[in-house]
Write a protein that binds this ligand. Sequence first.
Ligand SMILES: Cc1cc2nc3c(=O)[nH]c(=O)nc-3n(C[C@H](O)[C@H](O)[C@H](O)COP(=O)(O)OP(=O)(O)OC[C@H]3O[C@@H](n4cnc5c(N)ncnc54)[C@H](O)[C@@H]3O)c2cc1C
Length: 368
Amino acid sequence: MKISIVGGGIAGCATAYYLAHDGHDVTLFERDSLASHASGFALGGINPVITGSRQAPYEVLSNYSIGLHKDLSTQLAVGSSRCKDLNFLRKASLMLVREEAEAVAMRRVYESYADDNSIDVRWLSSGELSHIEARISSEVIGGLYIGEAYEVDPYKLTLSLWQAAERHGAQMVIREVTGIAVSGGRVSGVLTDSQMHKADAVVVAAGPWSSRLLSDLGVVVPVSPLKGQILRLEAPDPAMKISLWWDEDYATNKSDGLMWIGTTEEEVGFDDRTTDVARDQIVGSAVEMLPYLEDAELVQQTACLRPMTPDRMPILDNVSGPEGLVIATGGGRQGIALGPAMGIATAALATDSEPPVDVSAFSLARFS
Ligand SMILES: Cc1cc2nc3c(=O)[nH]c(=O)nc-3n(C[C@H](O)[C@H](O)[C@H](O)COP(=O)(O)OP(=O)(O)OC[C@H]3O[C@@H](n4cnc5c(N)ncnc54)[C@H](O)[C@@H]3O)c2cc1C
């Protein structure tokens, strides 16, 4: 099948990889350059979604995706010249709490997994925490430890997915897609400038820009940009061996040797510039949790836009709009973690096959 993909972030590149691997004729359209938005500037934390139920569709999708990440970390290294090392590594996560009410809720989550040997989730008291990382603030009363968590370089991962797709014959067009052509109730291709590129199916994986493109077809997609900023710091040694998360924030030592701290959730449209207000807010929050960061030096500040839906879950859909149209967006704060599962499922939806993981809960119909 001839398939056009709009968007060179992780959702589009993962879809391209799985489609090209299966022998389909893939063309990916990217307006700027690959991974030049959220997929290139995310933290790259791969934390399992913890809902309290192993059967919840979102949790199933997340766990399936983590399995694919593990496979990709070896598969993508083969034959790649520039991106041999995705910096994929296992790194436990600690969700820190300061309020008793939050601790009660976290403990309840922990208890719901206590009998499940397949997931390493534990509740740690502040005393136990200090054995893991002694520099955590004494205001922290405990934390949820998640052993099955990972980290990756999201830029290298996205690029490597594309390079592997390219080795299987996928082609890239650096152009903005201005419209999707429809004929007789089916998509027939995409439009760039005034050129038509024919296709049997069109995947829209254009991040927070997806809704603009789809509204011309009368398909309403509730995905909007949610800005997030990250600071990269030169922090005092030794590097932390785990990643720390609290409220909407985090701190972790990345494989570039820097400590990355974040973040913000800003509803400011498509403005993706960094701000001093966000810098001060992120530093203030991190120093409260890790007072030793008072002595850290700012090296870089970045900002980018998450594609966010009202229920914070992705949209994977091939039933809304004309036949042959597939929507893959809304990764939200989990878009890197979910990227491989979104890609493999989208590839199946585009070719009318059964996705290897049930994604029926992620169709657009849930918003109607
Ligand atoms: C600060 C921050 C930290 C994050 N940290 C994490 C994390 O630790 N773990 C995690 O799992 N997720 C994280 N995320 C979320 C993750 O980055 C996103 O969910 C994910 O990258 C979205 O990928 P995407 O491919 O859907 O969109 P994008 O990466 O935005 O890619 C969409 C692409 O489509 C292109 N495009 C748009 N319109 C058109 C058009 N008309 N024609 C051609 N091309 C077009 C754009 O140029 C863009 O390159 C973070 C996000 C932010 C902002």
